[in-house]
Design a protein around this ligand. Structure first.
Ligand code: SF4
Ligand code: SF4
Ligand code: SF4
Length: 321
């Protein structure tokens, strides 16, 4: 597989960071990692329960006022193949061999959702020099403020999940990503993807409750009947289903310091396109360096100012007042 421009930038950026941190030990470079907030809100996605109906994608578009994404230009319907500036939540398909057995790595298939993971200690927030991306102090949702954004796209390079997308086709482009439908919270709403998921494959709620639910599912025996909550983790509306096998791995419990979107599956997550990340927060190591690099942009402005001064002086023969 070739190295994409994005991957090249990521490798270059992380290589540069590693080089810089090796060559220039900065005292106090690392800050304390951010921990999961008690009222953190998130999503549990269970690929073994997902039927690939894409109702979550339709609801997401509707409640976030996003236009259709035409991968095949002749199609009149929405047919995205990946996250984009028009698609902030996508259900993708993994297949192998004959592709007949659901949730099997060999000769099987699995669905997998891709969206912002709402990292506990987000690299995008850490990399953003102007606080256009922030983590809500109560819900932990990673929000975007277009009024602060300067379009530097550091967040795109910093995100290990390739989530933030840039509106290249707009005159005044913004970064686009899932914000967990936080605009619906004040009216008692929650993530539209979970509200409209018919099977309970995506459920919304307090992250600690979602983690308990994920552990409960992993403790179930394949073949037994069990109740699965619909829409919200604390819902009394449950659906019975025969348990199928799970990998003993809650994706997001540890990865990169943890995420508020947790995932279960029976196919290894790296096969499903999710990155294998070390358990600790990467943002806590890189934040000071990112900000130092950004402050370095002051230098070009100083040089530019000096050039303007010289031009003015040489063309007028006068000192500036
Ligand atoms: S997944 Fe990417 S965009 Fe979302 S919070 Fe984490 S670092 Fe930020
Ligand atoms: S939380 Fe809202 S914005 Fe995020 S994927 Fe679900 S529907 Fe889309
Ligand atoms: S709505 Fe639920 S079952 Fe349908 S694709 Fe989305 S997560 Fe899967």
């Amino acid at each position: 597989m070739g190295l994409s421009r994005r991957d090249f930038l990521k490798v270059s950026a992380s290589g540069g960071l590693m080089l810089a941190s090796n060559l220039t030990p900065v005292p106090g470079l690392a800050r304390e990692p951010v921990h999961l907030l008690p009222d953190a809100q998130g999503i549990l996605y269970d690929a073994t329960v997902c039927i690939g109906c894409k109702a979550c994608m339709t609801a997401c578009k509707e409640y976030n006022h996003l236009p259709p994404d035409h991968y095949h230009p002749d199609n009149i319907w929405d047919d995205p193949v990946d996250l984009s500036a028009k698609t902030i939540n996508i259900v993708k398909l993994y297949t192998n061999g004959t592709g007949v057995a659901k949730d099997q790595e060999k000769n099987g298939y699995s669905y997998i959702r891709r969206l912002c993971m709402h990292c506990v200690d987000p690299s995008c927030v850490s990399a953003c020099p102007v606080s256009a991306l922030t983590k809500d102090p109560n819900t932990g949702v990673v929000r975007y403020n277009k009024n602060n954004c300067i379009g530097c796209r550091y967040c795109q390079i910093a995100c290990p999940y390739n989530v933030p997308k840039f509106q290249w086709d707009q005159a005044f482009p913004q970064i686009v990503k899932c914000q967990l439908c936080a605009h619906r919270f004040p009216q008692g709403g929650y993530a539209a993807c979970c509200e409209f998921c018919p099977t309970g494959a995506s459920i919304f709620g307090n992250v600690q409750d979602l983690m308990k639910e994920a552990k409960r599912r992993l403790a179930l025996k394949p073949g037994q009947m069990a109740e699965y909550p619909l829409r919200r983790v604390d819902s009394h509306d449950k659906t019975p289903r025969k348990v199928t096998p799970y990998l003993n791995h809650i994706y997001g419990a540890q990865e990169g310091g943890g995420t508020q979107v947790l995932m279960l599956a029976n196919v290894p997550f790296n096969q499903l396109g999710l990155p294998q990340l070390p358990p600790g927060s990467q943002a806590s190591h890189s934040e000071t360096l990112y900000h130092t690099l950004y402050k370095g942009m002051i230098v070009p402005y100083v040089v530019l100012g000096g050039l303007f001064y010289l031009i003015y002086k040489n063309t007028t023969g006068h000192e500036l007042p």
